[in-house]
Ligand binder design. Structure first.
Ligand code: BES
Ligand code: MN
Ligand code: ZN
Length: 492
């Protein structure tokens, strides 16, 4: 399984620059100013950087871009990568520049001589995030490809390493999220998913798997109805990270883990159905966040709960028109078996509150196609009953460069869920499809529990490369949630 490449923080020795193998990268400001390292590389390469800075190519380059010179004379390196970056770059600019460098290197070993740049740790984070490839199902040459090591040459490597450690923990969490989301459904069955989560216990996370018999006893008929047509058993996995004060109410993260969504008896059209391997994106994001928190030993109590289930048609599958009873006790008329995510989350949300009395609940789900129509792939939909928690989350997401946009809610939308024969139906018609889905979830949130619902259908998995990830799973949300925990749920 892919994790982070090796990242080393080493003492800068200007006299050793000429011997660096692989790719050597230096920093030059958009105005063409060179730091001491770039000046030395310039001298060794007999003015290659001076000529680059004077070129039209450099004039067009923006901050955060990387310009590469192949086989520079006077250097052992196979390429001299010029990272265009302000001395006073923002954290996000530096992160983007690090990611651009990793992309340019295409997996080759990189030595970034960052000297004393104030954003060296963020450069490392960008490198780590973009050094990702999903290769477990390639054979032959592609399968042999391994990511080259990343070395940062620094004036004060020990201090940067300490600063970078929690950032790299978050990157490693995001990589786990991507690995889970990219994995096909015949490999990542509910059972395999639960097994992957059990591995987090090695990091100090308490992991517990609730099986179908347990879920029956708890009365989670709404959740179980989604999985009853599938051969892979429905499970709920509970992951507790107890880094905070003993007994302090935790933050609960709840994830939709539909390992494959055919739509069930309300079968989806065939075209593009293969993308529904990513319908466990919410659960994958919860898992990655728990890993990030554990790796950096976050001083907070956070519990992750995921509903793992497969939505398949069969002779035993739920029919449109069926009525099921939730753990809460409310009954639901299932109009459309493809609106299954809310059935999964409703029961897991209720269980999370009954068992943990959390200080706040955040659920994540690839819940609706409608959110993609509304917000595209740039922003997740944010729904909340609490302006403080929501404001904190939006701030964290903005600081991490993860798009998030708050959507409205209200009783008029809730009324769209009225059922003739049960307490509610599971769809609210075409208008405001993402909002009525959120209203459905809110019916399973207790009065007074601060709650956010994140509809990540548009951002969890994309068809094009992003700044930080190759096409496929993005890992969206791990950095924002990790920062939210740091800024709003940690003492001191
Ligand atoms: N998993 C889908 C939502 C989805 C769509 C995620 C596209 C990612 C990309 C969800 O279970 C679903 O099928 N939603 C339906 C709801 C409808 C039946 C009310 C939808 O969006 O069409
Ligand atoms: Mn569906
Ligand atoms: Zn779904």
């Amino acid at each position: 399984m892919s994790t982070l490449p090796t990242i080393r923080f080493s003492e800068l020795d200007l006299n050793a620059l000429s011997g660096v193998e692989g790719r050597l990268a230096v920093l030059v400001s958009p105005q063409g100013e060179m730091d001491a390292v770039a000046r030395r590389a310039n001298r060794l390469s007999r003015g290659a950087l001076t000529r680059l800075v004077g070129s039209a190519r450099f004039a067009k380059a923006k901050g955060g871009e990387v310009l590469s010179l192949a086989f520079p004379a006077g250097l052992a390196a196979e390429a001299l990568d010029v990272v265009v970056l302000e001395k006073k770059a923002s954290a996000l600019d530096a992160r983007r520049a690090g990611a651009a460098l990793a992309k340019a290197a295409e997996g080759a070993a990189i030595t970034l001589a960052a000297g004393s740049h104030r954003r060296a740790a963020e450069l490392a984070l960008g490198l780590a995030l973009r050094s990702y490839d999903f290769l477990p199902h390639k054979t032959g040459e592609a399968a042999e490809k391994t990511l080259g090591a990343i070395t940062l040459l620094l004036r004060d490597p020990a201090a940067v390493e300490v600063e970078a450690a929690p950032l790299l923990a978050a990157a490693e969490g995001a990589h786990l999220t991507r690995d889970l989301i990219n994995e096909p459904a015949n490999v990542l069955t509910t059972t395999a998913f639960a097994d992957r989560l059990l591995e987090l216990s090695a990091l100090g996370v308490e992991v517990e798997v609730l099986e179908e018999a347990d879920l029956e006893k708890l009365g989670m008929r709404m959740l179980l109805s989604v999985g009853q047509g599938s051969a892979t058993p429905t499970k709920v996995v509970v992951m507790q990270w107890k880094g905070g004060e003993t007994g302090a109410a935790p933050l609960a993260l709840v994830g939709k883990g539909v390992v494959f969504d055919t739509g069930g008896i309300s079968l989806k059209p065939g075209a593009g159905m293969e993308d529904m391997t990513m319908d466990m994106g919410g659960a994958g994001t919860v898992a990655g966040t728990m890993k990030a928190l554990a790796l950096r030993k976050a001083p907070a109590n956070v519990v992750g709960l995921v509903g793992l289930v497969e939505n398949m048609p069969s002779g035993e599958a739920t029919r449109p028109g069926d009525v099921v009873t939730s753990m809460k006790g409310d009954t639901v008329e299932i109009i459309n078996t493809d609106a299954e995510g809310r059935l999964v989350l409703g029961d897991v949300l209720w269980y999370a509150q009954e068992r943990f009395a959390p200080a706040g609940v955040i659920d994540l789900a690839t819940l609706t196609g409608a959110i993609i129509i509304g917000l595209g792939h740039e922003n997740a939909g944010v729904f909340s009953n609490d302006d403080t928690l929501c404001g904190n989350f939006l701030k964290a997401a903005a600081a991490e460069g993860e798009g998030a946009w708050r959507m409205p809610m209200g009783p008029a939308y809730d009324r769209q869920l009225k059922s003739r024969i049960a307490d509610m139906k599971n769809v609210g018609g075409r208008p405001a499809g993402s909002i009525t889905a959120a209203q459905f979830l809110q019916r399973f949130v207790k009065e007074g529990t601060p709650w956010i619902h994140l509809d990540i259908a548009g951002v969890a998995h994309v068809k094009e490369d992003t700044a930080y990830a190759p096409a496929g799973a993005t890992g969206w949300g791990v950095l924002a949630l990790n920062r939210l925990v740091r800024d709003a749920f940690e003492a001191g």
